[in-house]
Ligand binder design. Structure first.
Ligand code: SAH
Length: 224
């Protein structure tokens, strides 16, 4: 469990910066070409988002547990989804699955306005105490069920789902602007296909299919 309480010091050493540069190089080699996304990953100390027990391996390209049975996504996956969103500064982006808030901070580094929802109260409460998030005052955090989206703040230019959806949630499609895009892993428990949906009109959508990934499930309802 990540523990933000107490006297934890947030320090970004030369060693950690160096490991992060290597991580960015490895993500580039795996096929990420969007330099803005790579710069965002380079700018964010990922070890801040992890329990101190993982500090030494925070820059390995893999997912880690963040408590409550959830994970911080693999950096390659974060970069992959961020690249597919084709973000432009000041866009309104809805993220489903705040988790550690790492992906939300990557989005904020890309200068978009982030609205992020988490269904687990304990994770939501942890993020409230996370000091690093004050670097990104434009991120808005919500405790709720991502299947409902955020009708009050809709429509969104982009929607990013960071949990495995059994199918595309209808309400999230409704909350997209015409011309807006949703990036979402859709499939079963074990493996999901990354999809990018573009909203052509209120009733027409274009769907593109990308690689397979494995996310934790997108579950209905809030958990207290
Ligand atoms: N974006 C996160 C990845 C978190 S893993 C990060 O960068 O760390 C997926 C997260 O989605 C988990 O925290 C899980 O609790 C959350 N989640 C699953 N179903 C959800 C739903 N219906 N609404 C909101 N969050 C959900």
């Amino acid at each position: 469990m990540v523990n933000f309480a107490g006297m934890r010091r947030y320090e970004d050493s030369y060693k950690q910066k160096g490991l992060r540069r290597q991580l960015v190089d490895s993500i580039r080699q795996k096929g990420i070409t969007d330099e803005n996304v790579l710069t965002a990953i380079n700018n964010i100390p990922r070890h801040y988002f992890l329990d101190t027990a993982f500090e030494g391996i925070a820059y390995e390209d893999r997912a880690f547990p963040i408590g409550e049975g959830q994970t911080i996504s693999q950096p390659y996956t974060v970069a992959y989804q961020s690249q597919l969103l084709e973000l432009k500064p000041f866009e309104k982006v809805l993220e489903i699955g705040t988790g550690s808030a790492y992906q939300a901070c990557v989005l904020a580094e890309l200068k978009v306005n982030v609205f992020t929802i988490e269904r687990q109260k304990r994770l939501f409460d942890l993020i409230k105490q996370f000091p690093f998030k004050s670097k990104y005052p434009t991120i808005r955090f919500f405790y709720g069920d991502g299947y409902e989206g955020l009708p009050t703040y809709a429509p969104f230019d982009k929607v990013l789902v960071t949990a495995a959806a059994p199918q595309i949630p209808e309400k999230l499609l409704q909350q997209l602007k015409i011309g807006g895009k949703m990036v979402i892993p859709v499939g079963g428990q074990e493996v999901q296909r990354m999809l990018r949906i573009t909203k052509i009109s209120d009733t027409e959508y274009d769907q593109e299919m990308f690689d397979n990934f494995s996310f934790v499930p997108m579950l209905a309802g809030k958990k207290s």
